[in-house]
Design a protein around this ligand. Structure first.
Ligand SMILES: [Zn+2]
Length: 453
């Protein structure tokens, strides 16, 4: 509206104009009144509306919240699933400076990761003994692990515990759960598993010596503390103290026979066997490499010998053979009389000849070979049966292992006065595993053993 300020009569409003202005002002008031009314009415409507629909609104808000939460959970699940997606790549097993690759499916079974204990033993220098189906890993007398093929149990220092998986033992591998090993080994080894790269790292822990520059591997200790012991240390498995290098299960009933006393016959100069003493269970030697000659021993002795020769062969000794086994009274008599006759022909009296022959040959009936329980070894490098056998790998092997197969060195160099025979490194006698082990461990000879028992 035009701004008019009445200042003179010329400026005074006419009646008509004043009426119009009043009307207009009234109209504005009415409009404001109406507007105000309408505003109040809308607010009230809205309040009523809101009140009426509050429950609906709350339900809506809850539903929307639910949808949001569900979406968030789904997203988290997908992210987690993607993060946890199992890496099925080949594994790299790092042992010290060496490493090898293993296929996922070969070493991951039923969610359990397996490692090859034979390889770890090679890396850590553990002694491996046993057979193709049962293996023992030794650090020292108090620290060893034992596994059986197909077994879900293991032995830690004599205590039987749950393996947490199933061992696979063959002549080449010994697969055991990785988790078992990490729990059984003390701080001598450090284990690292990385599933993002499928890497298993096993390292020997080292410690610095006094001059700091020299690092020495820590000792390896095995512990059963982290396991529930199923069977205590008192349950000693007898076979394991013998540590065979082949599976002897098929030979054991002969190596360690029930009738062991039958094999403790004493035949020496003071205790001759009669002319009619002939074993009834002689058996031809089935395994005698490098020899085609037919030879016999009593059945159990022959079987135990087979095991021993197979074990020697497994340990790389292939040049050994049996040159003499059972000899009958009549054969010994023929030999002995032949030697005497030779010497008597060259002018000796019967007495002189006998004295000379007894230096190297037994009088009939006093030869232990008549028992069918002993034998003489030679190697293909030897031309005669003599003390040079002592220089062979076969002799060194026998010196350490023969007792495990039931054999003893019958005429040791320090027992000449007791046995009545000079040192014979080649002559081995079967007495069964128990007696052989006792004789071996206490450093006695058969005469002394029989005296004590
Ligand atoms: Zn002999």
């Amino acid at each position: 509206m035009k701004k008019n300020k009445p200042q003179s009569t010329q400026d005074m409003l006419t009646e008509e104009e004043l009426r119009m202005i009043k009307k207009s002002v009234d109209s504005d008031r009415e409009q404001r009144r109406r507007l105000a009314h309408y505003d109040n009415s809308d607010k009230a409507k809205l309040v009523r509306y809101v009140k009426k629909n509050r429950i609906f609104a709350v339900v809506c808000v809850i539903l929307i919240a639910c949808v949001i939460v569900t979406l968030c959970l789904c997203a988290a699940f997908v992210i987690k699933k993607m993060a946890n997606r199992e890496n099925k790549d080949d594994f790299t097993i790092i042992l010290g400076d060496d490493s090898y690759t293993a296929k996922y499916k070969d070493i991951m079974r039923d969610g359990i990761l397996y490692v090859d204990m034979r390889r770890i033993a090679e890396y850590t220098g553990l002694t491996v003994t046993g057979s193709a189906t049962s293996v023992k890993f030794t650090y020292d007398d108090d620290n060893y692990l034992r596994f059986e093929n197909g077994s879900d149990e293991a032995v830690i220092n004599g205590n039987m515990v749950e393996l947490g998986g199933t061992a696979t033992v063959t002549a080449r591998i010994c697969e055991i759960p990785y988790d078992f090993l990490t729990k059984a080994v003390g701080d001598g080894l450090k284990f690292t598993l990385d599933r993002t790269t499928n890497t298993v790292k096993i390292q020997r822990r080292m410690y610095a010596t006094e001059d700091d520059d020299v690092f020495i591997p820590k000792e390896i200790h095995f512990y059963s503390d982290a396991f529930t012991v199923l069977m205590g240390i008192t349950q000693v498995d007898d076979d394991y103290k013998y540590e065979y290098s082949i599976d002897v299960s098929a030979f054991l009933s002969s190596i360690d026979p029930d009738n062991a006393e039958d094999y403790l016959i004493l035949a020496n100069k003071q205790n001759p066997l009669g002319a009619d003493y002939t074993p009834t269970d002689l058996k031809s030697l089935e395994i005698n490499p490098n020899s085609s000659r037919e030879m016999n021993l009593r059945s159990d002795a022959a079987t135990a010998l087979s095991a021993m020769i197979l074990a020697m062969r497994a340990d790389g000794i292939t040049d050994v053979f049996v040159t003499s086994a059972y000899r009958s009274y009549s054969y010994q008599e023929k030999l002995f009389e032949g030697y005497i006759a030779d010497r008597m022909e060259s002018g000796m009296t019967r007495e002189e000849a006998e004295a000379a022959v007894l230096e190297f040959s037994a009088r009939p009936g006093t030869s232990e070979h008549q028992t069918g329980l002993c034998l003489d070894f030679m190697t293909t490098q030897m031309s005669d049966l003599d003390e040079s056998f002592e220089e062979t790998a076969a002799f060194r092997w026998l010196s350490a292992n023969a007792h495990k197969y039931g054999f003893i060195l019958r005429y040791p160099s320090d027992k000449v006065s007791t046995t009545g025979y000079k040192y014979e490194p080649w002559h081995y006698r079967f007495v069964g595993r128990n007696a052989a082990t006792e004789i071996y461990e206490s450093g006695i000879c058969l005469e002394e053993y029989l005296e004590l028992n």
